[in-house]
Design a protein around this ligand. Sequence first.
Ligand code: ATP
Length: 369
Amino acid sequence: MASLSLQHINKTYPNGFEAVKDFNLEIEDKEFIIFVGPSGCGKSTTLRMIAGLEEISGGTLKIGDKVVNDVEPKDRDIAMVFQNYALYPHMTVYDNMAFGLKLRKVPKDQIDKMVKEAARILDLEKLLDRKPKALSGGQRQRVAMGRAIVREPKVFLMDEPLSNLDAKLRVQMRIEISKLHERLGATIIYVTHDQTEAMTLGTRIVVMKDGVVQQVDTPQNLYNAPCNLFVAGFIGSPQMNFMDGVVSVNGNEVSIKVGSTTVKLPASKAKALIDGGYDGKTVVMGIRPENVHDSESFIEMSPNSVVESTIKVYELLGAEVYLYFDVEGFPMTARVDPRTTARTGDTVKFALDMEKVHIFDKETELVIT
Ligand code: ATP
């Protein structure tokens, strides 16, 4: 069993800086957990505490049932893969993968079996005699993975393992890692800056900010139901659009006034604002770019949520078009069909899909509905 339990984990560096604050997470066996968040939010520090490379200032870390706060890194049954995969340049691929096992005095025939099995899994069988300099970046990365795999650890920790690779290789390796996770049946904790990696690889994603966990959820839930403004803005690219507006309750009907533009909320969203006593208060309305439509049929269907604006930038990305404009001074992006006729300088009507809006409390920044 390779479950992990992080209970009230804190990290204060010797200079007094609190890098991780009251981190709580239960990780189940075979999960693929992703840590994301802006630079400096404490992702690597948390990973390094799990690895035992950084002392834990407070809290309890368990691997399986065992408290490992004071267990040496080498005795934690964990393998770590870093972004700079630092292979031994004078050793062959085979020896690079065998090195750790030799140090642990594993019998030769067993080492041979383990290295060959890892090479098979990673498709490195034909490269075993090569030195690292004769390998591509992706192949080197796979050797680094191989070195981790041969140890048969219960838990893999990966700190931006793909960040040194070019875009095409990243995609290939992402798919490899996903397959690897299934084949090995191991628990993986993975730090990344890359939204696509986070969304496609993770069974759950941990979003961090300033050393504090903001939300832990499946990729789908994070995208569809962010718990606060930060998560809403952080997950998704292009970013969610945000507008400040004042709530107006009239019986069962709720509208939001953004400058001189008024949009009406559907009943499904209205109730939370009525119940929460938000009449007359300022809230933040969020809507993802794909829920801002320029098609005529949508505009006709949604007379209570139409805004009009002049396109500032038109961007064609092949399969989709991004239109950039302002609504009442708030910058907006619409992600529309490439067949759109809208171009820079055109004044265009957009319908907001109000069933898909997110409303946040302006002060607490927590989601209301
Ligand atoms: P990035 O995405 O840039 O790698 P991160 O989320 O992994 O960032 P960490 O490397 O965990 O962030 O660092 C968290 C915070 O702790 C940062 O503000 C960093 O400056 C600080 N920090 C890291 N190491 C030390 C140290 N040895 N002493 C003091 N502060 C440190």
